[in-house]
Design a protein around this ligand. Sequence first.
Ligand code: ADP
Ligand code: MG
Length: 364
Amino acid sequence: MARITLDKLAHSYLAAPKSDEDYALKQIDLDWEDGGAYALLGPSGCGKTTLLNIISGLLTPSAGNVLFDGQPVTQLSPEARNIAQVFQFPVIYDTMTVAENLAFPLRNRGVDKREIEQRVNDMLSTLDLTDKARRRAAGLTADEKQKISLGRGLVRHDVNAILFDEPLTVIDPHMKWQLRTRLKELHEQFEHTMIYVTHDQTEALTFADKVVVMYEGEIVQIGTPEELFDEPAHTFVGYFIGSPGMNILPAELQGSTLISANASFQLQRNYPVLDASHVELGIRPEFVRVESASAKQSDSPSLPYAITSVENIGRHRIIRGSVAGHALDAILPEGKDVPSEAVAVFDESHINVYSDSHLVKPRA
Ligand code: ADP
Ligand code: MG
């Protein structure tokens, strides 16, 4: 197991990159702690696979270094780095049986026979494949083949890290949930450094202790699921995490007063003077109350709320609409009615301020 350091890493697939846009990865500096369970989350095309392949050694970065426990490994092959990688689609030997496929990485490493048998049997039962152990892999379903791929990644205990690149894409939804839970258990048992790539926030938030959010070749935030929810460091994180995502409204900051949607909000904390011109207010739909316009007014401003749709999603409802011409989503808790003439009231303690898309930290 190892702590993995990315030092001024950048990558372009072009031979002679010129501008920022030519880079699949812009500058990345990051430490993955030894034994951490990480999710690498971001939309398709943001550079997740590129980053994973650079860590495993399938790809050499255009600039910067990869270090394991402080030792540079940038020039080492994947084998020499001792990393297990599980890909989006099955990588198995069709002519071997299920058990042989699982034993293969161990045989390669010269693990003793009885130990191999033990570990293969454990893995077969973890993956619910015990009754298929002697079957040839060729005849199995895509689901089952991908489970073998996962098993081949998980069967070794001596690896520096296990990397998963959207490994559950081809697995059916119920099994997905089961396997994710198993992965979490295996992490707790063996404490491997695990990096789990996904574009699905639910997958990221349930698997990981820490989520690394990528956007357009950059890492925009590293945090616990709670941190990503409460204080998104970038408007993209606010929008990407949560369903629906954070509301973002144009705003103007004057001391601790934030002006937005024709109203003044009293912020609970003091903010520095911003020289940037592009200021925005961020508030999650969970912290937008939908009230009747005729109800008793609260201390915070009531914004006339033009509701355009109401979606029932089980326990609560999602309200979509606009304030002063800006889109605004709200979550209506169970048992509350949709007012015919509505106002939106923001919980001012949950307002975030953004300057040029980055979170502005209040002064201590
Ligand atoms: P993700 O895994 O997050 O979907 P990728 O790392 O696969 O993103 O891709 C990042 C960017 O690099 C994309 O713009 C993609 O088109 C480009 N890219 C990926 N692989 C290659 C390649 N082999 N050659 C050229 N461009 C590539
Ligand atoms: Mg990918």
